[in-house]
Design a protein. Structure first.
Ligand code: PLP
Length: 358
């Protein structure tokens, strides 16, 4: 099986697995204690959690704190519901975790413009009275890198805070400039079931989950030292390998683009994370292609959108027609993808498209 779906999830880094194993290993109290207990084994577990917090914080700006959550969806819910503002400006290409939470918050929504290149303009207007601007760092479907710094500057002038969904950019790009940043471990070669919300000092949130007062009162519930340790180790590896990972991804991108000359790119060719290759072909039935390429794990649009059967809101927002969206696929590669896998995948895709006569 060739796995080219790195935007849906990534393989667990061996280093992250190693960091997790001691906390899953056994009957000794030092291996399973509650990190919120005051006794010696509890404090040892707490130390592992705090080391992980520092490792994750190294991916983020100074001047804030990391709150562990179950994943980015929860982090985004905590940010939006926790702020409780009355007016939110957001891009129409945000992940459903942002769009649906903003809708559920009851706030008035203003939609930022987005171009056919999949980019929100750097001078997108933020009107006075806006409480929060939500703009993602890297789009999960088409890979475009949004002008977060510029939009944040305009938001600040308008007196608004900024939430950046950095799920697809964290560990790959420098941290975005924002007031609240959502991350997910499983998108950066960490375990599933843990994420984080970075909260700038001075930003006041109400908790979403009430109970034992963990995470500074912002998120009740016993943390898993194993998940925290895996997240921390994965984050540390990203810090160490960021340049090498980007170079590797660039090489895979060049290989794939050279082998897929008859496919059109969705989204900007320059302002993008090159580990996301969103492509289309006129007349292609992407769903059929996916079922025919059984040895290939790729996605037609985002994993969430393909599961729901809804047309991708991102491909619609950048102006693709229904048939163009239906003819789109997404290849996602990263640290553990080999050149050979990309070459074999491209051969399969070209053969499957040819079999459809397109
Ligand atoms: N935001 C983006 C851009 C994503 O790609 C995803 C996952 O697909 C999420 C949010 C939700 O992340 P999680 O699975 O950690 O809840």
């Amino acid at each position: 099986m060739i796995y080219l779906d790195y935007q849906a999830t990534t393989p667990l880094a061996p280093e992250a697995r190693e960091a997790m194993l001691p906390w899953l290993a056994g009957p000794e109290a030092m291996r399973f204690a509650n990190p919120h207990s005051a006794h010696v084994p509890g404090r040892a577990a707490r130390a592992a959690v705090e080391l992980a917090r520092e490792q994750v914080a190294a991916l983020l700006p100074p001047g804030g704190r990391v709150v562990f959550t179950s994943g980015a969806s929860e982090a985004i819910n905590l940010a939006i519901h926790g702020l409780g503002v009355k007016r939110i400006a957001l891009s129409p290409i945000e992940h459903a975790a942002v769009i649906d939470t903003a809708r559920a918050s009851g706030a008035m929504l203003d939609w930022l413009p987005v171009g056919a290149d999949g980019l929100v303009p750097a001078d997108a207007p933020v009107v006075a009275g806006t409480g929060l601007v939500a703009l993602m760092q890297v789009n999960n479907e088409i890979g475009t890198v949004q002008p977060v710094a510029e939009v944040t500057a305009r938001a600040r002038t308008a007196g608004a805070l900024v939430l950046c969904d950095a799920v697809q950019g964290a560990g790959k790009l420098a941290a975005p400039d924002a007031d609240l940043i959502a991350l997910s471990a499983h998108k950066l070669c960490g375990p599933k079931g843990i994420g984080a919300l970075w909260v700038r000092d001075g930003v006041v949130l109400a908790p979403l989950i009430h109970g034992g007062g963990q995470e500074g009162g912002l998120r009740a519930g016993t943390l898993s030292p194993a998940l925290c340790a895996g997240f921390g180790a994965a984050a540390e590896l990203c810090t160490k390998l960021m340049k090498d990972d980007a170079q590797h991804v660039d090489q895979l991108w060049e290989t794939a683009c050279a082998l897929l000359p008859d496919w059109q790119l969705n989204g900007s060719a320059t302002q993008r994370w090159r580990g996301n290759l969103s492509l289309r072909r006129d007349g292609l039935d992407a769903a059929r292609l996916l079922s025919e390429c059984r040895g290939l794990a790729i996605s037609a649009g985002s994993a969430c959108a393909s599961g729901s059967g809804r047309p991708s809101h991102v491909l619609q927002a950048i102006g693709l027609t229904g048939p163009q969206a239906k003819g789109s696929i997404r290849l996602g590669f990263g640290r553990y993808t080999t050149r050979r896998e990309v070459e074999d995948a491209c051969a399969m895709l070209n053969a499957a498209a040819a079999a459809q006569g397109v």
